[in-house]
Design a protein around this ligand. Structure first.
Ligand code: HAM
Length: 463
């Protein structure tokens, strides 16, 4: 038998583990969240940027730290023999699917720093890839909103990026109850580590240990801390008092009381000035100081923070990285920012009933679903639809041959259109008429065809 006539067996494929397919409803949800992120960033004076989806692997081994490097998806072209031979010999691939945006941003700023107007306020909404074990709140591919403020040393920048994150959460319908911005500071942790016996060369490893302390068993924590001379009890004592004092300062601002000298003298200057800035921005009630937050990425310097919702993993995380741009060959530029992922946020919005169609379909509902009630009207339908679309209306219609208006009205409702427009016999008459049915209110009226755009606009404004 000729091979061409053989029927090949169908093969079923599944999306790779930890990735998502975005069908229209899921895509609408994603675009709704991204839309709020984008609008909020622009409102707060940030400009949108983007970089490549894959980068040189070294960009991440340079400063991001072993945690994220261990989760990198490596990439190679497969076309370069020399490269292939190296990989077969056990070498790492030359490229990486980006696991985060901060190194790309630092590279971009470093290479054009002289030309960029200061301060540099950028946002991006890239896709990221991490070879993590997929679980609730953690996937291998996700979208992450990045907001970064570069060139401003004062804590006003930190407060502004935090305010931007909070504003987006509020726009999505979330409230401060059950959601906390946990603020910490690596300089404070650094001091406490030193006073608990850790030498300079072990500080980075000690920070990494503190970041993982909840995930490791006790014996392992003990073994590692002994190796680096860290006395965990002394460490905790060294920061406990500062933490209490910082939270008293927050409580004072929440109750509109002035900060006392005691608050200021006990805590690091950066922490107290950040608290004052958060107070001035009216968002201090979302915040709490928690020095158990260290953050896994190695490049953070002073302030670090995470936004935590009860019972969930972090919705967002960020902080200062004052030395990163310089380490990429740029000028010495202070910087801070955060990343907010769509996965934890999506779970949170879903569980709180904040992801219904009325939220994510707001801008996607058709203005009109046009129905031809008879064959004569069907001849006019393409031109009428084309005219409306030319005027920027979102118009849909049926592709079925049925003229059963009842059935077609059912299709109109399924399309979630705001109005059904019924073309019938009247169309041939002079002046041509139509019936418009508001699918929300059920109200129905006859109109001349020429009034249709105006009527659709009125309904649009009623949203
Ligand atoms: P990060 O803490 O690694 O920070 O990620 C920030 C947020 O991205 C997390 O809080 C989480 O919402 C989301 N995320 C991270 N990994 C995953 C995952 N596997 N699946 C789903 N969501 C995830 C950074 O990436 C820093 N570069 C953020 C930053 C920007 N710092 C300063 N500027």
């Amino acid at each position: 038998m000729a091979s061409g006539s053989q029927k090949s067996q169908p093969v079923k494929f599944q999306a790779p583990k930890g990735t998502r397919d975005f069908y229209p409803d899921q895509m609408a949800v994603r675009r709704y969240i991204e839309g709020v992120w984008r609008k909020t960033s622009i409102n707060h004076g940030f400009d949108e940027v983007e970089g490549p989806m894959f980068e040189h692997l070294d960009l991440y081994t340079h400063k991001s730290g072993p945690g994220i490097v261990s989760e990198i998806f490596q990439v190679f072209s497969g076309k370069d023999e020399e490269e292939l031979a190296k990989i077969r010999g056990g070498a790492a691939a030359p490229y990486a699917l980006r696991p985060e945006f901060t190194p790309t941003l630092a590279r971009m700023v470093a290479s054009k720093a002289a030309e960029l107007p200061r301060p540099i306020k950028w946002f991006a909404i890239p896709q990221h890839f991490r070879a993590e074990r997929p679980q609730r709140g953690r996937l291998r591919e996700f979208v992450q909103w990045n907001v970064d403020f570069i060139g401003e040393e004062s804590q006003r920048a930190d407060a502004e990026v935090i305010a931007t994150a909070i504003r987006a959460l509020e726009r999505l319908g979330l409230e401060s109850k059950g959601i906390t911005v946990k603020i910490s500071n690596r300089d404070v942790i650094d001091d406490a580590l030193r006073s608990a016996g850790v030498q300079t060369e072990n500080i980075a490893a000690a920070m990494e240990l503190l970041d993982k302390v909840e995930k490791l068993d006790r014996a392992e924590v003990q073994r590692r801390s002994q190796n680096m001379g860290l006395d965990i009890t002394r460490f905790k004592d060294a920061i406990a008092l500062k933490q209490t004092s910082a939270n008293e300062a927050i409580a004072a601002l929440e109750q509109a009381r002035p900060l006392s000298v005691a608050n200021g003298s006990l805590i690091d200057n950066q922490v107290i000035s950040l608290i004052s800035e958060l107070g001035a921005s009216g968002i201090v009630h979302w915040c709490e100081v928690d020095f158990s937050i260290v953050r896994g990425l190695a490049y953070y310097t002073g302030t670090v923070f995470e936004i935590i919702a009860e019972g969930e993993r972090a919705v967002a995380g960020g902080g200062r990285y004052d030395k990163l741009i310089e380490s990429f060959g740029g000028p010495s530029l202070p910087a801070c920012g955060f990343g907010m992922g769509d996965v934890v946020l999506g779970n949170l919005l879903h569980d709180k009933g904040l992801l219904s169609e009325e939220h994510y379909l707001q801008d996607l509902r058709p203005d009109a679903f046009v129905i031809a009630a008879d064959d004569e009207a069907a001849k006019h339908l393409p031109r009428i639809v084309a005219d409306l679309r030319k005027q920027n209306f979102h118009v849909r219609h049926s592709y079925k041959t049925t003229r059963n208006v009842g059935k077609l009205l059912g299709d109109a409702s399924k399309s979630r259109a705001r109005n059904a427009v019924i073309l019938g016999k009247e169309l041939a008459e002079n002046p041509p008429g139509i019936v418009i049915k508001n699918l929300q209110s059920g109200e129905q009226k006859e109109l001349p065809l020429s009034s249709l755009p105006e009527e659709l606009r009125i309904v649009q404004q009623q949203r």
